[in-house]
Design a protein around this ligand. Structure first.
Ligand code: G3P
Ligand code: CA
Length: 243
């Protein structure tokens, strides 16, 4: 297996409806060595995998995840917006992903989507579930909410955390270390080959998002990147010779 982690963004989002079990499973078939996904929380505290705070874009209903119970959410489908052939695909729970992934050699990058809605107690719930499945060493928790990363690190320092950011972090490896994080997940335009070289010296891995162009993937691989978050894990696997 290549040393570069091939993190499939929302599963194989370039090929299947994002954040569905068929998307995660297809990513695995395509050679992904990790799965990136997004966690939101329902009204009754269930951890569910969906990128947006509302169902408008993927289920076609103008509802907030936070206002629905799990039972209500389970009646919505998030496949047909992508293509009619996927009509009926449901919104998975975090437990569904952990159950499927537990016997596979996959890294799990779980993004806590608690930047807009401050889901109370989300960090503890996520970590409790990871512990139930004994997946502490396979998970990277990430968030744009860096207070949440500190909370995760405080609850369980053995679970890796990663700093998500769009731009403008001065000496990001220092910042990450300060808040207990062990990886950097920048928007790709916040990254340069020089930064990667310095991060290597500092022992801090970079996993940029979302890189879909093979030429760009090649550039980052040659610069010594530790991992790439992509909608097309097949393209990255091809470049890494792992497919
Ligand atoms: O985790 C990387 C990336 O997924 C962050 O952006 O908006 O796709 O969740 P977004
Ligand atoms: Ca994400």
């Amino acid at each position: 297996m290549s040393a570069v982690i091939n993190l499939a963004h929302r599963g194989a989002a370039g090929h299947r409806p994002e954040n569905t079990m068929i998307s995660f499973k297809y990513a695995w078939e395509l050679g992904a060595t990790g799965i990136e996904t997004d966690i939101q929380m329902t009204k009754d505290g269930a951890l569910v995998l969906i990128h947006d705070e509302t169902l408008t874009r993927t289920a076609g209903t103008p509802e907030w995840v936070k206002d629905l119970t799990l039972a209500e959410l389970r009646t919505r489908e998030v496949g047909s917006w992508y293509h009619e052939q996927y009509r009926g695909e449901g919104i998975p729970q975090l437990a569904d992903l952990l159950e499927w992934a537990r016997d596979k050699s996959l890294c799990l990058n779980l993004e806590l989507k608690n930047g807009i809605i401050p889901y109370t107690g989300m960090e503890q719930k996520v970590i409790d579930l990871i512990r139930d499945y004994q997946l502490e060493d396979r998970v990277i928790l990430s968030s744009f909410n860096h207070y949440s990363l500190v909370a995760c690190h405080t609850i369980d320092p053995s679970i890796r955390t990663a700093v998500l950011y769009m731009e403008g972090l001065y000496e990001p490896w220092t910042y990450a270390s300060t808040i207990g994080a062990s990886a950097l997940h920048p928007f790709k335009y916040a990254l340069t080959p020089e930064l990667i070289q310095e991060a290597i010296r500092q022992g801090m891995p970079y996993h940029p998002f979302t890189v879909n162009d093979p030429q760009e993937m090649k550039k980052w691989i040659e610069a010594g990147i530790s991992g790439i978050i992509t909608d097309y894990p097949d393209r990255l696997a091809e470049l890494l010779g792992s497919r």
